[in-house]
Design a protein around this ligand. Structure first.
Ligand SMILES: Nc1ncnc2c1ncn2[C@@H]1O[C@H](COP(=O)(O)OP(=O)(O)OP(=O)(O)O)[C@@H](O)[C@H]1O
Length: 349
């Protein structure tokens, strides 16, 4: 049985359908990241699971038990907010102890558990500090300790790393992952950052318009996006419109060329995705899966350059050019492009 099951969860705000008959199962001990554009329903989903928001219809089941009517503090889960929501007048230890005190946990046990939780997030010795005397990263850890101290089976994290700078964010992400393994709790984390979502998760759920449009291991979702939205949202793939040529290929007028995927095309395929880093500046095979274009822009990005290449049929392609392949061609250069059949991903929607 999954730890958490969401069944046909629906939540409206006036005309807005924030959650639209959403189904999702989360396994015990799993790290799931929720990725989606602004307004896709990520926060609403967490808030409904936590009990801060009620669904109009549908069910939230934790180990098969329906949580409707169970108040937030009585749910065997915890939520960590983006703002951390620490009590400013309470020191770190009191902030972390808050939920235990409310549950009537005796003083000695409380102190021991607060000590353990602070050690877990690397904040031993900080118990007496007030939140305003901590750095952003330290405040984030206090919030995490407070969420973990009750040993929840499920932890909901709403953009927990949002307030951290890039370096700290990466390090804290790894720490979060280690903590999740150590505690065995399932984590559901909302993030705007697609790389973070891919890096940390066992599975990624992509939300669009209040529904899960794709769910799977990071690599599978990245390599085989199911829809135009997922292809462009994750890794900004090129989405090429066209139609099947009836002979296993996909005619793409914008490209002025034919794409040929490895497998068969479903008859209704209306677009294919092609990742920028899978396009080489040379033909890889004879015939299909190559095109010609003119370099319109070259943007240096550190470990690679991004080229915008205008293909023969007018489509503008994003093409990644790795540093180890030497200097990128200059603007105005005519280039021949090629890619493997395995890189062509037919899209369903
Ligand atoms: N309390 C509310 N009142 C009215 N509309 C709301 C409320 N909460 C959310 N919404 C709307 O529901 C939709 C989903 O919002 P939600 O906050 O869940 O999205 P999100 O994916 O978390 O977005 P973001 O990434 O911007 O935080 C949005 O259109 C939002 O405007």
């Amino acid at each position: 049985m999954p730890l958490l099951s969401l069944r046909a969860l629906t939540r409206r705000f006036g005309q807005t359908l924030a959650l639209d008959r959403l189904d999702l199962d989360v396994a015990a001990g799993e790290f799931l990241t929720l990725l989606g554009g602004s307004g896709s329903g990520k926060s609403t989903l967490l808030r409904v699971v936590a009990g801060f928001e009620t669904a109009d219809s549908g069910a939230v089941l934790l180990e098969g038990r329906d949580l409707s009517g169970v108040p937030p503090h009585a749910r065997p889960l915890n939520m960590m907010f983006q703002s951390y929501a620490l009590f400013p007048h309470m020191n770190v230890a009191a902030n972390v102890a808050y939920g235990l005190r409310r549950d009537g946990v005796p003083r000695a046990e409380r102190d021991a558990r607060v000590g353990q939780a602070l050690a877990m997030v690397g904040l031993e010795g900080f118990g007496g500090r007030l939140p305003h005397r901590l750095s952003g990263g330290q405040r984030q850890r206090v919030a995490l300790a407070r969420a973990l101290v009750k040993r929840p089976r499920l932890l909901l994290l709403d953009e927990p790393l949002g307030a951290l700078d890039a370096n700290l964010r990466e390090r804290t992400g790894f720490e979060l992952r280690a903590l999740q393994r150590e505690t065995g709790a399932a984590f559901i984390m909302v993030t705007h950052d697609q790389q973070e979502a891919l890096a940390l998760a066992d599975r990624v759920a992509v939300l669009e318009h209040g529904r899960v449009v794709q769910l799977g291991p990071p690599r599978a979702v990245y390599d085989r996006p199911a829809t135009r939205f997922v292809a462009q949202f994750l890794g900004a793939a090129n989405v090429l419109e066209g139609r099947p040529d009836g002979a296993g290929g996909f005619d793409c007028p914008g490209l002025g060329a034919t794409l040929r995927p490895e497998g068969a095309l479903p008859p209704g395929t209306a677009a294919c995705a092609l990742r920028p880093e899978r396009i080489a500046l040379r033909p890889l095979a004879e015939g299909p899966n190559s095109a010609e274009g003119v370099v319109e822009e070259v943007a240096f990005r550190g470990d690679d350059s991004l080229l915008l290449v205008r293909a023969g049929g007018g489509a503008l392609l994003r093409v990644g050019h790795a540093e180890e392949d030497g200097a990128p061609p200059p603007r105005g250069a005519t280039v021949r492009l090629g890619w493997e059949a395995a890189s062509v991903v037919p899209l369903a929607g």
